[in-house]
Design a protein around this ligand. Structure first.
Ligand code: XIL
Length: 349
């Protein structure tokens, strides 16, 4: 265990070779894939070593969400926590992905108005301030989860009030102030095979066709990949969807990959194997498409993972959640070997 508490701005972490297995970042790079992870800024030095060993890109897990950054119009931007994460990424020569400039669960309600010019000014000003503060970001989730399942767009104030005009404005403002960043629309439940997931794919494709038709800047779609043990992901359905996105000239980022093991067996050895098989089946399928350019895990270790935190609060039959590639002592699980196999088998892009 490292005793020194490495600050975010200190020299890059020298990761002992072999301790954490083959670097997923190096393996991904050999396939032309960016490998990344969401990070909450946790200061544990071993955890930071694990991230530095495997990841070439970092995504602030919740510190770059709109309401977290500026909860009130009069509030100063709360850039401290995200600056610390950006400092960790820079110290370890990792790219930074900005998540997210719009999310219904963390809205900036102070920017709401029935007057479209006022919304353009206030929401546009928020985007300008944030993307200029993180000019190093290589990409931005401009929108997170704006597509509906039972209706084309999510039932949310800005999207329902101004529709495509708002969406276009946010994309153009982002490009204006972050001209070299790739712009992304990110969403979940696009990978299941259920009727409502297929409907959501269609709603996303309709929106993307409209966005392309008016010339809004957009480069990629984020398929979050929160794989559920209740609504199993469908590899064929996801591959067909990725192909239709490619027909629109859009890359795909698998943007928040993890496996929710809540309905899997309580026996840890059995559950870990089931989780590993799920990662391997899904990744082998989606990485067969060369338009998939990025793979981000929404937590690389059970040590600091949103599924573990959330389900610790809920009563679970199967004991503590084990969604990640490494356990809570940073030991590789079968899922790590499974992801390594899927990356080794992936074609170069
Ligand atoms: C989650 C974070 O992981 C949690 O720590 C936070 O409390 C809530 O948000 N889809 C998303 C992410 O796009 O922004 C969410 O992140 C997980 C679901």
């Amino acid at each position: 265990m490292l005793t020194s508490m490495l600050s975010d701005a200190e020299t890059p972490l020298a990761t002992p070779s072999g301790r954490f297995g083959i670097s997923l970042g190096d393996l991904g790079k050999s396939r032309g894939l960016e490998i990344g992870c969401a990070f909450s800024g946790h200061t544990d030095p071993e955890y930071r070593l694990l991230l530095a060993h495997h990841c070439r890109l970092i995504v602030p897990e919740w510190q770059l969400k709109p309401r977290f950054l500026r909860p009130r119009r009069a509030a100063a931007y709360n850039f401290g926590p995200s600056d610390a994460i950006a400092g960790f990424a820079a110290s370890n020569k990792m790219a930074l992905h900005g998540h997210t400039l719009f999310w219904h669960e963390e809205p900036i309600r102070w920017a709401r108005s029935e007057n479209v010019e006022r919304v353009k000014r206030d929401y546009g000003g928020f985007i300008r301030d944030v993307v200029e503060h993180y000019s190093q970001a290589v990409s931005w989730d401009v929108f997170n989860e704006i597509v509906g399942e039972r209706q084309p767009l999510r039932d949310e104030f800005f999207v329902q009030t101004f529709g495509l005009q708002f969406i276009d404005h946010c994309l153009r403002i982002t490009q204006e102030h972050a001209p070299s960043a790739r712009l992304v629309i990110n969403d979940y439940n696009l990978e299941c095979g259920t009727d409502w997931s297929l409907a959501k794919q269609d709603h996303m494709l309709r929106l993307l066709e409209q966005i392309k038709a008016i010339g809004s800047p957009l480069h990629a779609v984020g398929i979050q990949g929160h794989l559920s043990s209740i609504h199993k992901a469908s590899a064929p359905s996801t591959m067909r969807f990725i192909d239709r996105l490619a027909d629109l000239g859009l890359d795909v980022f698998i943007s928040e990959l993890d496996v929710n093991d809540s309905t899997m067996p309580a026996d840890i050895a059995v559950r870990d194997i089931e989780v590993a098989a799920y990662y391997e089946e899904f990744l082998t399928a989606v990485l067969s498409r060369q338009s998939v350019k990025r793979l981000v895990f929404w937590g690389i270790s059970d040590f600091d993972h949103w599924v573990v935190r959330r389900q610790t609060r809920e009563k679970r039959r199967s004991g503590k959640a084990r969604p990640a590639l490494f356990d809570d002592q940073f030991r590789p699980k079968p899922a790590f070997q499974a992801v390594t196999r899927a990356l080794e088998g992936a074609p170069r892009r």
